[in-house]
Design a protein around this ligand. Structure first.
Ligand SMILES: [Cu+2]
Length: 490
């Protein structure tokens, strides 16, 4: 089998040159985002399967949970301005890569197979150069069989601290990772990709969980104290309406990028809608001793409890609520809107089966192995401006959505003409969400992922950085069934 797969990989490299991004002309320069003398932190990272009692004690443990460094939903902290020198080893039974979501890395460290690197085979290693120029709340995950590996838990948080934040006097930080598990009654994983799901809102987990556990956390916090709640939707499918049952709460950052605080009760419906990959920092002021603050996902018919904060007397006195602002980072390149070029993109359903280029029929086991080894799905349901990411036996890389220029400013208009929301993620950039055709009264904010709802169009602006960068939906089955394109920026 190994030699057969080896043959397939070799055949792919030799036979389908159109898959290589170099077919689109000379590769762009991979630009560093920190000075060469920035402090370096060596970081060993290992991806491996393990057995974890996801359903709790007394229930069957789940096999084939994927984790980094032996810890499902691992948390990594680093200081802004540090360079992570990542020594990554793949001990999974399948190829993988590591993508540093939201981090402005040189594009050759972006982890997108087959655009920026080949998939890392089982047993192999890869060195990632990960400068951390901006403070924020990031995460990392594979960009190869993403639906399957992320679905089985291969996600880690990356919290990049700014020394200036240490002066903001929070009493407690609480992280909420929204990620369901897709398990059968025997506690074992079900298929993550289903045709019905991929063609609609995505395939949901069967068990809801917060921070990997079925029981929502109950956390003690000082009465009248200030809690920094940091929420991430690490699920492949679920969209939530983040909210809480106190009026003393304010949004401080979106996707880890600070904004002037916005009281949660001042945004429409008092909730912040977040799709897969989106993050939110919220300041919650605790009530008096013994009282509780409940944080919910209000999107489901019955609000789903994400966390209970329990106020414990620590001698703090009651005082009026005033949101604690986070320092606003200055390093993120900003678009010049007076000179920005406008580009229009339509997120749509695929017109139908696309032409199959290479000669292997889809049922052929070699074609299946080829697909597995090259990190593409085998169905096409979605498209951007009529282009679908290569799927099935169609291993051609689509042409770039556009060729942009390093240092120039762009406004992207993204219109969703499908019946489902799509959280659209642009790699390598932190963009400004300028406006929405549907959400009024929402301030502009910086982000790396923006939720575009049915019949909505949003405008985002960014200053382009050299590289080959993908732009895709973060409902992972949508991405795996066509909803991805790429920009070549030179
Ligand atoms: Cu989508």
């Amino acid at each position: 089998m190994i030699s057969r797969r080896g043959f397939v990989l070799g055949g792919a490299a030799a036979g389908t040159l159109a898959l290589s991004p170099s077919a689109a002309g000379p590769m762009p320069r991979s630009l560093d985002t920190l000075p060469a003398d920035a402090p370096v932190r060596p970081f060993s990272l290992l991806a491996k399967e393990m057995e974890v009692p996801l359903l709790g004690a007394g229930k069957p443990a789940t096999r084939h949970v994927c984790a980094y460094n032996g810890t499902p939903l691992l948390r990594v902290r680093a200081r802004r301005g540090t360079r992570l020198k990542v020594d990554f080893r793949n001990q999974l039974p399948d190829p993988t890569t590591v993508h540093w979501h939201g981090v402005r890395v040189p594009y050759l460290s972006d982890g997108v197979a087959p655009i920026t690197q080949e998939p890392i085979p089982p047993g192999a290693s890869f060195a990632y150069d990960v400068p951390l120029p901006d403070p924020g709340f990031y995460f990392f995950h594979p960009h190869c069989d993403e639906t399957g590996q992320v679905g089985r838990g291969l996600v880690a948080l990356l919290l990049v601290d700014d020394p200036a934040e240490e002066k903001v006097p929070f009493d407690l930080e609480h992280v909420i990772v929204v990620k369901d598990w897709r398990l059968g009654e025997d506690g074992q994983f079900l298929d993550m990709f289903t045709n019905d799901g991929a063609a609609t809102a995505g395939t949901f987990g069967t068990v809801r969980a917060t921070n990997g556990r079925v029981l929502p956390p109950r956390v003690a916090a000082p009465a009248y104290g200030d809690v920094r709640v940091r929420a991430i939707v690490a699920d492949s499918t679920r969209v939530i309406d983040f909210g809480c049952d106190t009026e003393d709460a304010a949004i401080l950052a979106c996707d880890g990028q600070a904004i002037p605080p916005v009281r949660l009760d001042k945004v429409p419906d008092g909730v912040w809608r977040m799709g897969p990959a989106q993050r939110l920092d919220v300041h919650v002021r605790m009530p008096g001793p013994g009282a509780e603050v409940k944080i919910y996902d209000y999107r489901t018919a019955e609000p789903y409890l994400l966390t209970t904060l329990v106020a414990v007397d620590k001698g703090k006195k009651k005082r009026p609520f005033k949101p604690l602002a986070l320092p606003i980072a200055k390093e993120v390149p900003q678009a010049d809107l007076t000179r920005a070029k406008r580009l229009d993109f339509l997120v749509q359903t695929a017109a139908g089966a696309i032409a199959v280029a290479p000669p292997l029929p889809p049922g052929d086991p070699l074609a299946k192995a080829l697909i597995d080894s090259l990190c593409v799905g085998d169905k096409t349901f979605w498209a951007i401006n009529r282009n679908s990411w290569g799927a099935g036996a169609d291993l051609r890389l689509p042409p770039p959505l556009d060729e942009l220029h390093d240092g120039e400013s762009y406004v992207l208009s993204i219109a969703n003409v499908t019946k489902h929301p799509h959280p659209m993620h642009l790699h390598g950039h932190i963009f400004r969400v300028l406006s929405s055709s549907r959400k009024k009264g929402v301030p502009q904010y910086l982000a790396d992922t923006v939720l575009v709802e049915p019949n909505e169009s949003v405008e985002i602006a960014f200053k382009a950085t050299s590289g080959d960068w993908v732009f895709h939906c973060h409902i992972l089955e949508h991405m795996d069934s066509g909803l991805m394109g790429w920009f070549r920026i030179t």
